[in-house]
Design a protein around this ligand. Structure first.
Ligand code: COI
Length: 421
């Protein structure tokens, strides 16, 4: 397990535009004009965040104009604020957005390198209406999780893989990208600054969302002249409302998620906008999510809107091979390695709808989803069920192995955890 010194992070200066010194975290009422971050209720947060939008702007120019000497705070000043658990209902976390205390922001001009990243109080950002991300979708995101382990540590799961994937995506999208080291440092700072939002062991995780945006103004088609790397975080529980119970998928036959030569293999924001129509229609019909097919033959599996898919037949686990149209999931890759270490044969190749529907077991993997068993798949109005409504044997075994590792219960033999504390 890699370890980093918390001391360095404790000395980090928080450049906050909030004109308030740290206040006792249990005196919530007195904070209401200043900070939406200490409230558990979304109603409160929304109202306060609107108020904050009026009171202050945290776009770069205005932030620079702020008197830092007055507003900065150090982690050591606020250690009780950052480490006392937030007062929210930890037993009922879903995968909804809950604003946390801090976000990380770093900028870079096209052709230059990122530098000067800093933590800021979480809040809305200001951007040119002509920003590349707003006009031409020049944006990427990542998703990774921080866990509170049983023995009181805080760990990240394979964050270097997210850093590398963002760099690959940035190359495809003609964007500047932070180095792996910058990415890791920024994630670590964000997680430690939001420590009180990391759920107790076994109740969820802190979902960390790094964004890379073409933030500079551009009118004709061209890479933006400026890039912003921003990380925010939110505590999360299960992605699907089914929790760990099997989900019900529908195969989409009209819409496609990606095409050869397109951007399906990178985590660009547009890939997720493209699935909303089919996803919304499927949800309205009671399905958990949509399984997409390849757009050429219309018969090979690609992925689900939010995760990768695996098929089990006679002790062989098969998953669609990564060929540019499927996101190379970090959980996908981890599950392949875990399954092989447990003695399963794992094959990455084309998987047809027929093979899927004759499988013994089907499951999905993703950072948000973790390992999610599939209870039924509907194709052309015909529903095929798996496992009599129970979690499949293989999915259960892989889920247990992965989550025991992430929670620090099992030994980290693969060296996948990065220990922050
Ligand atoms: C993740 O699993 O982290 C993702 O990015 C999927 C997203 C749709 C929640």
């Amino acid at each position: 397990m890699e370890s980093i010194g918390a001391t360095a992070l404790r000395q980090t200066t928080f450049l906050s535009p909030l004109p308030s010194p740290p206040l006792p975290s249990n005196d919530v009422s007195s904070l209401s004009h200043f900070s939406p971050f200490l409230f558990s209720s979304r109603k409160h947060s929304a109202a306060l965040s609107l108020k904050l939008q009026k009171q202050l702007r945290i776009g770069d120019n205005n932030v620079r104009a702020t008197n830092w000497a007055k507003c900065s705070a150090t982690l050591s000043d606020t250690s009780s604020e950052t480490s006392t658990l937030a007062d929210i209902d930890w037993d009922n976390l879903g995968f909804g957005f809950l604003p946390t205390d801090y976000m990380y922001v770093m900028k870079c001009a096209r052709g230059e390198s990122f530098s000067g990243g800093e933590l800021r109080r979480y809040g809305n950002i200001e951007m040119s209406p002509a920003a590349g991300i707003l006009n031409y979708g020049q944006g990427l995101f990542e998703g990774l999780k921080a866990y509170r382990t049983q023995d009181g540590n805080i760990v990240l799961f394979r964050p270097n893989e997210n850093a590398l994937r963002m760099r690959t995506g940035a190359e495809r999208m003609c964007m500047a990208a932070p180095t792996v080291e910058q990415f890791l440092e920024a994630v670590k700072e964000t997680v430690l600054a939001n420590e009180r939002w990391i759920p107790p062991t076994g109740k969820g995780s802190l979902y960390v969302r790094p964004l890379l945006m073409g933030s500079g103004s551009v009118l004709g088609i061209a890479p933006a002249p400026e890039y912003t790397f921003l990380i925010y975080a939110s505590p999360v529980g299960n992605y699907f409302k089914e929790g760990l119970a099997p989900i019900n998928l529908v195969i989409e036959t009209d819409f496609h998620r990606a095409s050869p030569g397109g951007t399906g293999g990178v985590k660009t924001i547009g890939n997720y906008a493209a699935v909303l129509k089919a996803h919304t229609a499927a949800k309205a019909k009671g399905y958990s999510d949509v399984l997409y097919l390849d757009c050429v033959h219309k018969k090979y599996l690609e992925e689900v809107s939010s995760c990768n898919v695996f098929v089990v037949k006679d002790n062989v686990i098969t998953t669609p091979a990564i060929k540019g149209t499927i996101l190379p999931g970090i959980t996908r890759k981890s599950i392949i390695d875990i399954a092989r270490s447990l003695g399963f044969e794992v094959v990455e190749q084309l998987v047809s709808v027929d093979e899927l529907l004759s499988a013994d077991e089907v499951f999905c993997t993703g950072t948000a989803v973790v390992v999610s068993p599939v209870g039924s798949i509907t194709h052309m109005d015909k529903r095929t069920s798996f496992g009599d409504g129970k979690v499949g044997r293989v999915a259960q075994q892989l889920y247990t192995e992965l989550t025991r590792l992430q929670m620090g219960i099992a030994e980290d033999k693969m060296d996948w955890l990065v220990k922050l504390k």
